[in-house]
Design a protein around this ligand. Structure first.
Ligand code: OSB
Ligand code: MG
Length: 369
């Protein structure tokens, strides 16, 4: 197949509420949306970069430049016979994996739509529904936090992740644990602590957490291995695992007992599936993380989470947890039992609401052969 045309747009879609982590705040989804055209079909992908370089090095501006100057021309150049080839095509590009992932997702969607196969089917998914939770940002005070968590619990979420940072860790975790003793609970520090905090972090062991996500530096594996030996609670790596090799290093060094797989962080579904297989082999559970995606990116996450070793609930909440209105006409809705349904229609299965997508598009370019 020859990709005939690539449309790239950068969007701004406001969140229902700002999302605050240990180091930054997001007010809106600032992703890139990629549309590939070939053989009369289309494939859509989302590169869920944030506004600034706070999660990783990428921003909407860097992804926009990478996409136009390198990624789109590289994908138009030559033939593509399988979506797995996109990862190899972009191998020469250093970093910029979230930008790369938008094109990779779109290629999977395109092939799926042409072949009449759902993305879950193409990836080897084994579930019709995936368990999900909700990631709760830093709140102004404990009362607000309890109100926000209560809202999600009432909506049907059975697993909650709290964003933590120094000064907002033990107390909020204790308060939520005391209010909901049976809730599946975990925390995410987004790289804010150092090994000097080991003793402090060990106090989280008292709260029966599923895991502590990325306590130490975004590019560290060694110190996490040292910290894991001092904690009962499993460490889960997010930021540090940017490729299958990084997953292998972390597994070998026992830097974590759980891995958060975000297909966008690792450049796409091909690398994500490889990490899933490596973790399964090592007996390490994985779960699917999120980047506050629109329905387009969410669909790739849901399909991935239908693979067998995704044994913990994902950060893949329903569309209405993020947006008043999603850019797809069939937004994701929460089922009873805290699950989302895995689409069965060809490709990602989402129906892009183009008129609404246009209304949140800041800039759009078309690159053709
Ligand atoms: O660290 O998992 C994270 C959102 C943006 C960037 C990083 C992270 C997150 C989340 C939200 O925790 C997950 C989601 O609901 O999409
Ligand atoms: Mg995280």
């Amino acid at each position: 197949m020859k990709i005939e045309q690539i449309e790239i747009r950068r969007i701004e879609l406001p969140f229902v509420a700002p999302f605050e982590t240990s180091g930054w705040r997001e007010y809106a989804n600032h992703s890139l949306i990629v549309r590939l055209s070939a053989e009369g079909a289309e494939g859509w992908g989302e590169a869920p970069v944030g506004m600034g370089p706070w999660y990783n090095e990428e921003t909407q501006s860097t992804a926009w430049a990478m996409a136009r100057e390198y990624l789109a021309p590289m994908l138009l150049d030559g033939e593509l016979s399988r979506p797995e080839e996109v990862d190899a095509r972009f191998e020469r590009v250093r970093g910029n994996r979230i930008a790369r992932s938008g094109f990779e997702f779109a290629a999977w969607d395109l092939f799926g739509r042409l072949e009449g196969r759902s993305l879950s089917q193409m990836l080897g998914g084994t579930r019709e529904r995936v368990e999900v939770g909700v990631s709760v940002g830093v709140q102004p005070d404990i009362d607000s936090l309890l109100r926000v968590v209560a809202g999600y619990v009432e909506a049907g979420y059975r697993r909650v992740k709290l964003k933590i940072k120094p000064g907002w860790d033990l107390e909020p975790t204790r308060a939520v644990r005391e209010a909901w003793p049976g809730l599946l609970l975990q925390v995410d520090a987004n790289s804010i602590y150092s090994l000097d905090h080991a003793e402090h972090l060990a106090r989280l062991d008292a709260f029966g957490l599923l895991l502590i996500e990325q306590p130490l530096a975004h590019d560290d594996i060694i110190d996490h291995a040292k910290l894991q030996r001092r904690l009962m609670t499993p460490i889960c790596l997010d930021e540090s695992i940017v490729s299958p090799d990084h997953a292998r290093w972390a597994l070998e060094l026992k830097a974590c007992r759980v891995i958060n797989i975000k297909p966008s962080r690792v450049g796409g579904l091909t690398a994500a599936r490889r990490i899933h297989a490596m973790a399964a082999e090592a007996g390490v559970p994985v779960w699917c993380g999120g980047m506050l995606e629109t329905g387009i990116g969410r669909a790739a996450n849901v399909a991935l989470a239908s693979l067998p070793n995704f044994s913990l609930p994902g950060d893949i909440s329903a569309s209405d947890r993020y947006f008043q209105r999603d850019v797809v006409a069939n937004p994701f809705m929460l089922n009873p039992e805290s699950t989302l349904s895995v689409p069965t229609a060809p490709g990602t299965g989402v129906v892009v609401d183009e008129a609404f997508l246009d209304s949140v598009t800041l800039e759009k370019v078309i690159v053709a052969r």
